[in-house]
Design a protein around this ligand. Structure first.
Ligand SMILES: [Zn+2]
Ligand SMILES: [Zn+2]
Length: 323
């Protein structure tokens, strides 16, 4: 694996740090279709006809159609085990950052399939970065075209993930949890509380299976408590599958945007610049002043005004007027 992990050391890559909140970045299928119709003409010539999708958790359901619409056929590598790169249930820890894990998966899929372009998704679920006690899920999609030598990473923060757990001593107490997570559409993972990586069952979608796993977990647990959590693999968690699908649309739309100078796909947001001037005193506030869009291949950049047309910040956000 060592050589695969370093395959992209010199590639040019985008890091799109735009975190698209699920509440304000929902592109309807109609929007997407219009975008594709408008921009697809030239993108067809620059995008590969085939790309490998480094997954074994059914993510093609969320992504294949979207990429077919921009002329890219996503194919699956045969006998590809992504669990070797880390599992949500904790038996195999993930190595490195999300991006490193995603790239390692993608490199392996490209190597076994012999396809020179690929797509991979990676997710991380945990505590919300800003809101106490709320869960959140960060999803990334990495697109890499080896021939044209560029990489694009899109991120999405899901603030309403189906990500939850419950600790119980009696099986009857599991009801409220199962109701909350939309069981059995969302499957569960069961383990003893004292050793959460000693999985007693995952992908469980029937009450009988959950009860069987519960019994084993309680026996193994030091304090007789069982830990039940949502299964976060895409094919076991419809909400996650939907989120990946949404992110796929954002990425596909971006791939249809070619750089005006060099025609590399993926022109788009690179970063946002804070410092919108205060309406009262004119000093720079912490609010976003403008966006910088650009191309990774040739370094072309362009300043783009805020999409909401705002040119000045409310004094409430000013460190001087409202310290
Ligand atoms: Zn001010
Ligand atoms: Zn360019």
């Amino acid at each position: 694996m060592q050589t695969l992990l370093t395959y992209g050391a010199k590639r040019r890559h985008f890091r799109c740090y735009q975190i698209a909140l699920d509440t304000n970045r929902q592109e309807s299928d109609e929007d997407m279709k219009q975008k594709s119709d408008v921009f697809l003409g030239d993108a067809h010539r620059q995008l590969p006809k085939v790309a490998v999708l480094a997954t074994m958790h059914g993510k093609q359901i969320a992504l294949q159609e979207t990429f077919a619409a921009i002329g890219v056929d996503l194919t699956l590598p045969a006998d590809f085990d992504t669990d070797q790169f880390g599992t949500f249930s904790g038996e195999v820890p993930r190595r490195g950052t999300m991006e490193e894990a995603a790239r390692a998966k993608l490199a392996a899929a490209m190597s076994v399939s012999g396809i020179s372009a690929g797509l991979v998704s990676e997710g991380a679920y945990g505590a919300h970065p800003m809101i106490p006690f709320a869960p959140a899920g960060l999803e990334i999609l990495v697109w890499y075209d080896k021939e044209r030598n560029y990489e694009i990473i899109e991120h999405l923060l899901d603030e309403n993930p189906v990500y939850d757990h419950s600790e119980i001593k009696r099986f009857e107490d599991l009801g409220p949890f199962l109701g909350r997570i939309n069981f059995p559409d969302t499957a569960v993972i069961v383990a003893p509380s004292s050793n959460k990586s000693a999985c007693c069952g995952k992908g469980l979608r029937s009450l009988r299976d959950v009860e069987e796993a519960f019994k084993s977990a309680v026996k193994l647990s030091e304090d007789g408590t069982c830990f039940v959590q949502t299964d976060m693999r895409a094919h076991m968690n419809p909400r996650r599958m939907e989120t990946i699908g949404r992110l796929g649309k954002t990425l596909a739309a971006r791939l249809t945007q070619l750089c005006a100078s060099c025609a590399t796909p993926g022109w788009g947001l690179l970063r946002r610049q804070a410092g919108l001037p205060c309406k009262w005193c004119g000093e720079a506030s912490m609010q976003i002043a403008y966006e910088i869009h650009g191309c990774i291949a040739c370094g072309e950049e362009k300043i783009v005004p805020r999409s909401d047309g705002k040119t000045h910040a409310d004094p409430a956000h000013c460190g001087i007027c409202n310290p």
